[in-house]
Design a protein around this ligand. Structure first.
Ligand code: AKG
Ligand code: FE2
Length: 315
């Protein structure tokens, strides 16, 4: 991992930790629960994907597929994947309006799931959702140098992991309370306008360059911006478990998510009870208890509203 040091643009820039051989227990207590981002250098060590997934393979398998590309004005256009990959390696040879063009969400089927493994430290409770109602939270990001994603927070309160398959990706990440969410989509964290966006003056910034084979953990709520320094290919999945179930619950938009969340958490509570004595099981149970209490509180609040209405009728 390289860290940009010396002429940092932020006065409070922190080196993003990079580890290998982290146990699930260490990850849980030092990164997941305190919500600290982290690079894990060997999470993909046994992946068949790192041998098998070459650009040639991608063209052979999916070259004819029409993909949706996003330009720098966020406008969409279509191309064949094989054409797009040729462009990635020679962007200057293609007359593209409002480039560079980015392939932000190439969804893929279950057939590729044997080639990689969700990293062992990731406990993903979406896996317990019924297949048809499981949100589609896994995809590839593919693009030439200079593509990237604007400052944003990941969807629906989820955490994310992202493994770089090819090339290098630069990241800046900011703790949730250090930057207003209103900066997302408008401020450029790689070249901040300190007058327009003054919170950048005091923000803590975590910066890193993710290299092929390395995996980034982005905790729920962290604002982050990303740019590809070379032709780049990454795979990512978003996930939740007891540590962020409250966030997912609060931000759930689809009406079906809440009841499913509720029943998955009940099932997890039963499983964790069998594991009592194990400190991480105990703290997960505490978080689930708080989650259920919150639901109880919400129900009580709704009941209080109903009582108010009934009272007003009695007058
Ligand atoms: O690679 C990108 O363009 C965006 C990555 C990202 O923001 C994420 O994985 O959450
Ligand atoms: Fe993201």
């Amino acid at each position: 991992m390289d860290i940009m040091t010396g002429n940092s643009i932020f006065s409070n820039e922190v080196e993003l930790a990079s580890v290998s051989s982290i146990t699930a227990e260490e990850f849980y207590s030092h990164y997941l629960i305190p919500r600290i981002p982290l690079i894990i250098t060997d999470a993909s060590a046994n992946w068949q994907a790192l041998e098998k997934w070459t650009w040639e393979w991608l063209v052979t398998q999916y070259g004819e597929v029409q993909v949706e590309l996003t330009d720098s004005l966020n406008e969409k256009q279509q191309a064949r994947l094989s054409e797009y990959i040729a462009y990635i390696f020679n962007p200057d040879e293609y007359p593209v309006k409002n480039g560079p063009l980015y392939l932000k969400d190439l969804h893929f089927g279950d057939e590729l799931c044997d080639d990689y493994k969700t990293p062992a430290f990731v406990d993903d409770w979406f896996a317990d959702f019924p297949v048809h109602s499981r949100p589609s939270f896994r995809w590839f990001f593919i693009g030439p140098r200079s593509t990237g994603s604007p400052l944003h927070v990941d969807t629906s309160g989820t955490h994310a992991w992202l493994t770089q398959i090819f090339g290098e990706k630069e990241w800046v990440l900011f703790p949730p309370d250090d930057l207003p969410e209103s900066y997302c989509g408008v401020a450029d964290a790689f070249n901040p306008d300190f007058d327009k966006f003054p919170a950048f003056r005091t923000v803590r910034c975590f910066r890193a360059i993710l290299k092929a084979g390395e995996t980034m953990f982005t905790p729920s709520g962290w604002r982050h911006q990303v740019r590809n320094l070379t032709p780049s290919w990454a795979i990512t999945e978003n996930f939740f478990n007891a540590s962020n179930v409250m966030d997912v619950d609060r931000q759930a938009v689809h009406p079906m998510i809440r009841p499913i969340l509720y029943s998955v958490c009940r099932r997890k509570t039963e499983q964790l009870r069998d594991d009592i004595g194990n400190s991480s099981a105990t703290s997960q149970l505490d978080m689930l208890r708080a989650f259920f209490q919150e639901h109880e509180r919400q129900l009580l609040l709704q009941l209080a509203d109903v009582e108010q209405v009934l009272k007003s009728f009695k007058v």
